[in-house]
Design a protein around this ligand. Structure first.
Ligand code: TYD
Ligand code: MG
Length: 453
């Protein structure tokens, strides 16, 4: 029986409702439900394509299990290999998420062209011609990648069966649908079913699968949360659309650490690997301006030098404005309150604007000291010495707290030619002697006496 049924699905998160509501039950968005007619045929037995390739599974003793897990599919892209913990693992499923237009399709197309393996790139968003044009723009050789423009899971599996690729890229999982189940593409059930089948296929055949995932307005991966549990690796591709730098960051990795990041720059000819992050995050402006400070932050396990700019000016309106780009604004407020209470710097009648240059977002608490120094420098209108850099977290009582990976930070600062490294007290036995002066401070008050008086 093929009866038409009406469902309402949310434009924002894709969840389905049987009745119309003003607000989506799941993502709480208002006025986002849209009506859709669907046929309500239910198949009694689903043809599970993923199981088609199934090998027989028997319990094995741990000692009998072949530990071939060190096989990695390596490409000529160090950033990518590093984030994946040394390369893509056969039989693994990796989910790559990011904002629209950040460059997910570009990244995966570029990576696919670098593999010397049989790759199938399935796009539900672009036509074969569009992808070809893009690949020419990237211009990394024509590549032997197969391109398929298709959204129906069953058809995709037909082609997979024919081509038998070692790597399958799905752009994106939210565009796939299976005719075996109800629901529009991108709905929770469709995403779960289609990815479930693909995961089963990967596990049974040893092909690696890369899924591109969309983000919802609040920054979560669209579809069921369980998707992140089902896959082996979750990677986010981040950046600011107005800047060209992109950061690839592992959020979950069953085959490696999640503390690595990869940095790319988006150019007209595709994504370029950035081997030395400091080349892009620093303006290298030697003109002495107040309100600038250099912080040595660590993203993942890589030290990155960030430039902090602050502007402190007299508040025009009753309530002073505080605005922050690239740094948590709540934390900025906290730091300003600490400055006011513990160091007597009067900021309650001042507007404070803060910016981390290069469009970078950082959550490293060790940037606190650089931020406070930039604010103080602007407040006193006194430029800091350009050979000085900072790394320390600041506590609520104005104390400087120990930083992680201090040795890495100090060696990075030395490499870049800084002469003074300001930080909290630390245990000397873990730190190598280096050709850089280290200034240890205990309280925020001593920062003011040392630098501004
Ligand atoms: P895209 O990979 O389509 O993003 P996503 O799949 O994450 O939505 O890339 C989108 C942006 O990248 C697009 O706005 C233009 C830019 N871009 C370049 O700057 N250079 C290039 O070589 C390519 C292919 C894209
Ligand atoms: Mg895309």
């Amino acid at each position: 029986m093929n009866k038409q049924k009406i469902v309402f699905y949310c434009k924002n998160c894709g969840n389905e409702h049987s009745k119309w509501h003003g607000q989506c039950k799941y993502c709480k968005e208002w006025n986002s439900l849209k009506e859709k007619k669907v046929s309500s045929i239910r198949f009694k037995s689903k043809t599970e394509f993923g199981n088609y390739f199934k090998k027989e599974n028997i319990p094995l003793k741990m000692s009998e299990i072949d530990s071939e897990n060190e096989i990695r599919m390596i490409v000529k892209d160090d950033e990518w290999n590093r984030v994946l913990g040394g390369g893509l693992v056969p039989g693994s499923v990796c989910l790559i998420s990011g904002e629209p237009g950040i460059g997910k399709s570009t990244l995966l197309l570029q990576i696919s062209m670098k593999f010397d393996k049989k790759v199938l790139y399935v796009s539900g968003e672009e036509s074969q011609r569009q992808i070809k044009v893009r690949s020419e723009r990237i211009g990394k050789g024509v590549g032997s990648t197969f391109i398929l423009s298709e959204t129906e899971t069953e058809n995709i599996f037909e082609h997979i069966k024919e081509i038998n690729p070692e790597i399958i890229i799905i752009d994106s999982i939210q565009t796939l649908h299976s005719k075996m189940i109800d629901g529009s593409p991108g709905s929770v059930t469709q995403v779960r079913e289609c990815s479930g089948e693909l995961i089963k296929y990967a596990k049974n055949t040893g092909s690696a699968i890369l899924l591109i995932g969309h983000l919802t307005k609040d920054g979560n991966i669209a579809g069921p949360k369980v998707l992140e549990h089902m896959v082996d690796v979750v990677i986010s591709f981040e950046g600011d659309n107005n800047h060209s730098f992109r950061i690839l960051r592992a959020k979950k990795n069953r085959f490696g650490s999640t503390s690595e990041i990869g940095i790319y720059e988006m150019l007209a000819t595709g994504l370029r690997e950035v081997k030395n992050p400091n080349e892009i995050f620093l303006t290298l402006n030697s003109s002495k301006l107040s309100g600038h400070a250099i912080g040595i932050s660590v993203e993942g396990i890589r030290p990155i030098t960030l430039e902090v700019q602050a502007l402190v000016s007299k508040a025009v309106y009753g309530t002073p404005q505080r605005s922050s780009t690239g740094f948590n604004s709540k934390r900025l407020n906290m730091l300003l309150a600490v400055l006011e209470k513990r160091a007597g710097v009067e900021l309650s009648n001042k507007d404070v604007f803060l910016n981390i240059t290069g469009g970078v977002k950082s959550e490293d608490p060790s940037l606190d000291l650089a931020i406070v120094s930039a604010v103080l420098s602007s407040y006193h209108d006194t430029p800091l010495n350009e050979k000085i850099c900072f790394a320390s977290e600041i506590g609520l009582s104005g104390e400087l707290r120990p930083v992680t990976k201090l040795d890495k930070r100090i060696s990075e600062a030395e490499k870049l030619g800084y002469e003074v490294f300001v930080t909290s007290n630390f245990k000397k036995e873990f730190i190598e002697e280096r050709n850089i002066k280290i200034l240890e401070l205990e309280k925020i008050g001593s920062l003011i006496t040392k630098l501004f008086k």
